[in-house]
Design a binder for this molecule. Structure first.
Ligand code: PBG
Length: 330
């Protein structure tokens, strides 16, 4: 067998030069696929470090506007802000979430006033405002479903009024998408869409985000509303409901341990599928890269590519800005 010509098919022919490799590239990430999550805090000219999320900060609204401008210069056109509130603004009803002069609604208004062309995904869930640290209303140690829905709908409506393009319920209560859709339609906000966190798993990968917002549950965990990491059929039930209730996008979260779920929803539903490359996924890369154990930039690129390859067309990622900087060769 020293004549190797018995190999009629040699996949390496399509890898032999950069030019060929580029020609046969099947998937790629574009800056317009990325959504940059942001953390907004009270005050003026404030920037706070989040120790478990290097290069990501809590910013006061004035600083946030500068950050958004910098991202837009890099080609990022979509953003997902989250509010960081001091404990004295939190209560069991998440009352702060619908105060027109409250931090979050102010931030939404100012962002849209300054940059009307960008696409804003706003967060609908009680946890950033809740003294219980849960996404729903708590009574006797239980997370109530139906009693939470009007709170979520009022929050979504207030965000739509402030200028949200898409409200994004991240709470995993049953029926929230339909409830929010009806509320928005009845108030004349037919054109404000819904990004449903369709398959949001009860994940340990959210740790750094809860540091960022100081929003960890005060008791128990989120397993009675977020999904069991062992399940994929359940994601199809969630997807069917969100689709029927009028979701415009469906999200899978986290991304990396759930690429199979992204693939499944992409194949089964005619809606754009988003993936949330969450805080713990970001932190792991940063921590290993800081130690010199991995090449952080290449790992970032490979991760985002894998999410695209699985079928997501939109990626929420803390890497958005860094990826865009690298892409531009800056
Ligand atoms: C809660 C919410 C969470 C995230 C977004 N919205 C965490 C949680 O469910 O406790 C996590 C995002 C991330 O980890 O980057 N409504």
């Amino acid at each position: 067998m020293n004549n190797p010509s018995f190999l009629t098919r040699r996949p390496r022919r399509l890898r032999h030069s950069a030019a060929v490799r580029q020609l046969v590239t099947e998937n790629s990430v574009h800056v317009q696929d990325l959504v940059m999550p942001l953390f907004v805090m009270e005050g003026l000219n404030k920037q706070e470090v989040i120790s478990s999320m290097p290069q990501i900060f809590r910013l006061s609204i004035d600083r946030l506007l500068f950050e958004i401008e910098a991202c837009m210069t890099l080609g990022i056109t979509a953003f997902a802000p989250f509010p960081y509130l001091p404990d004295d603004k939190k209560d069991s009803l998440a009352s702060e979430s619908t105060k027109v002069n409250g931090l979050y609604l102010q931030a939404i208004q100012e962002i849209k006033k300054r940059f009307p062309e960008l696409c804003l995904f706003t967060d609908v869930a009680m946890d950033p405002y809740s003294s219980d640290g849960h996404d729903g209303l708590v009574k006797n140690g239980k997370i109530l479903n139906d009693e939470t829905l009007p709170i979520l709908s009022n929050m979504a409506l207030a965000q739509a009024q402030a200028g949200a393009d898409f409200v994004a319920p991240s709470d995993m209560m049953d029926g929230r998408v339909g409830h929010i859709r009806k509320t928005l339609d009845a108030a004349g906000y037919q054109n404000v869409g819904i990004m449903a966190y369709t398959a949001k798993y009860a994940s340990a990968f959210y740790g750094p985000f809860r540091d960022a917002l100081q929003s960890a549950p005060k008791f128990g965990d989120k397993k009675t509303y977020q999904m069991n990491p062992a399940n994929i059929k359940e994601a199809l039930v969630e997807a069917e409901l969100d689709y029927a209730e009028g979701a415009d996008f469906m999200m899978v979260k986290p991304a990396l341990s759930y690429l199979d779920v992204i693939r499944e929803l992409t194949q089964k539903y005619p809606l754009p599928i988003a993936a949330y490359n969450v805080s713990g996924e970001y932190a792991m890369v940063k921590a290993a890269a800081e130690r010199g154990w991995i090449d952080g930039e290449r790992v970032m690129q490979e991760i985002l590519l894998s999410i695209k390859r699985a079928g997501a067309s939109v990626i929420f990622t803390y890497f958005a800005k860094e990826w865009a900087v690298l892409q531009k060769g800056l």
